[in-house]
Design a protein around this ligand. Structure first.
Ligand SMILES: Cc1cc2nc3c(=O)[nH]c(=O)nc-3n(C[C@H](O)[C@H](O)[C@H](O)COP(=O)(O)OP(=O)(O)OC[C@H]3O[C@@H](n4cnc5c(N)ncnc54)[C@H](O)[C@@H]3O)c2cc1C
Length: 403
């Protein structure tokens, strides 16, 4: 009679979650010839993701994705301060899409490269065994619990990742969670033309005095209008805040249109990145690693890039002795942690005195170079850019010293 050990499935690389982090990791690992299995809890990849789905400039080219998923190109960023004053910035155009298209496309491309993508498969537990990791998951289609052993696991379950009972625990995680609520607004006629080339970010206090970040991102067939608050807020209160905000957007952008709405909500993370993200046999990426820009909630690019870095680490570890987790942890921290920590600190600084948003937005609106340098990753900034940024930071500090 075979033992449990004999029956257990083995795989070289196991990916948990098929968002941008997991999907890109699976696609690129499979493409490099690494045997890859993906566990995704949803039955349809991306169908349940709640997101404004704004993509960084060049995202599709960077990750070799078809341009057809792009809904709108957005060369205009409109920032609104707590008094509702608008500051217009010209940016390198980003794009918008929907997550059903983005995640669904990446999932299909991962399968096409040979990754075994299993939907309705929910991760439950992990334990270490020998050189690798054993994962237990619920296969909802078969109605069974299954186990699978892997040489390396990449955890990419997003903001709802339950890692607090593991070696990746981070006591500050809970306090960094943001509750979000969003409408998809479907109009019977187009909104004002400016809406379709703009990303709007609004920073204001809710009626009970908590700072909130709200947005309007345009899509081909709807506008995504939403907001997020740090911590928890009762559902009815959050919905009332969203209704007030949506009404303000309606009055500006589609005053005469009839519309229907679809409401959706999810958790986001807006704190500093998770300190522990790599242990022997296991790595954490994307939002589960806290890779989100706290000033605007963006994390798709960082998630996808962390997936790429996990795939690179796993395939490089086949040829060279350095272990995948060490390679991954060092590379990811070097690339993203400095900027994302600064963004989380900046956000907390701004929230303490709302007048600070106004001062920052004035400074940004006056200096296209400031906007340009801020849009870039640390590693793409020249020495001159860094000195310039430092000068702008000093200027901002001097202007906010008394408020
Ligand atoms: C309202 C809102 C608006 C946002 N807007 C933007 C934006 O405009 N631009 C931007 O860049 N970022 C935005 N973000 C952030 C962005 O959504 C995340 O940074 C990004 O989704 C992170 O990707 P990920 O792959 O790490 O995780 P996710 O996209 O969350 O994917 C996680 C995957 O894991 C699966 N999963 C979860 N638990 C399990 C389990 N136990 N077993 C198996 N599978 C599991 C999920 O079903 C999901 O498919 C927004 C977030 C929110 C909430």
């Amino acid at each position: 009679m075979p033992s449990n050990q004999d029956r257990m499935e083995h795989v070289e690389f196991l990916v948990v979650g098929c968002g941008p982090a997991g999907g890109i990791a699976a696609r690129e690992a499979a493409r490099a010839g690494v045997g890859t299995v993906v566990l995704e809890k949803d039955s349809v990849i991306g169908a349940k993701r709640v997101c404004a789905a704004g993509l960084r400039p060049g995202f599709c080219a960077t990750f070799d994705l078809p341009r057809e998923i792009v809904h709108c190109d957005t060369p205009r960023l409109a920032l609104f301060d707590p008094a509702g004053k608008e500051y217009e910035l010209t940016i390198v155009p980003g794009h918008t899409t929907t997550r059903e298209e983005l995640d669904g496309t990446i999932g299909k491309l991962a399968s096409a490269e040979g990754a075994d993508v299993r939907t309705s498969a929910m991760f439950r537990e992990m334990r270490r065994e020998g050189d690798g990791v054993v994962i237990e998951y619920a296969d909802a289609r078969a109605g069974e619990r299954k186990t699978i052993a892997a040489r390396n696991v990449f955890f990419a379950q997003g903001s709802t990742a339950k890692l607090e009972e593991t070696e990746f625990a981070y006591p500050q995680w809970q306090s960094g969670l943001v509750t979000t609520l969003q409408y998809r607004v479907y109009l019977d006629r187009p909104a004002d033309a400016v809406a379709y080339r703009s990303l709007e970010m609004h920073y204001f206090a809710t009626r009970d005095g908590r700072m909130t970040v709200a947005w309007m991102f345009p899509k081909r067939d709807h506008l995504a209008i939403g907001l997020g608050v740090m911590g928890k807020m009762p559902g009815a209160q959050l919905r009332a805040e969203l209704d007030l905000f949506t009404e303000r957007v309606r009055a500006r952008l589609y005053p005469a249109a009839a519309f229907t709405t679809k409401l959706e909500g999810h958790l986001l993370y807006g704190g500093a990145p998770r300190p522990g993200i790599a242990i022997p046999g296991a790595m954490v990426g994307g939002t589960a690693a806290g890779l989100v820009d706290a000033t605007n909630g963006e994390g798709i690019y960082e998630a996808a890039m962390s997936g790429r870095m996990a795939a690179e680490a796993v395939s490089a570890a086949r040829a060279q002795p350095a272990r995948a987790y060490e390679r991954y942890g060092a590379a990811l921290k070097k690339r993203f942690y400095g900027r994302l920590r600064h963004r989380a600190e900046l956000m907390r600084f701004l929230e303490r005195k709302p007048a600070r948003y106004t001062k920052l937005f004035e400074q940004l609106a006056r200096s296209p170079r400031f906007v340009d340098v801020l849009q870039r990753e640390d590693r793409d900034r020249s020495l001159g850019d860094r000195a310039f940024l430092y000068g702008q930071a000093l200027r901002f500090a001097a202007r906010t010293v008394h408020g």
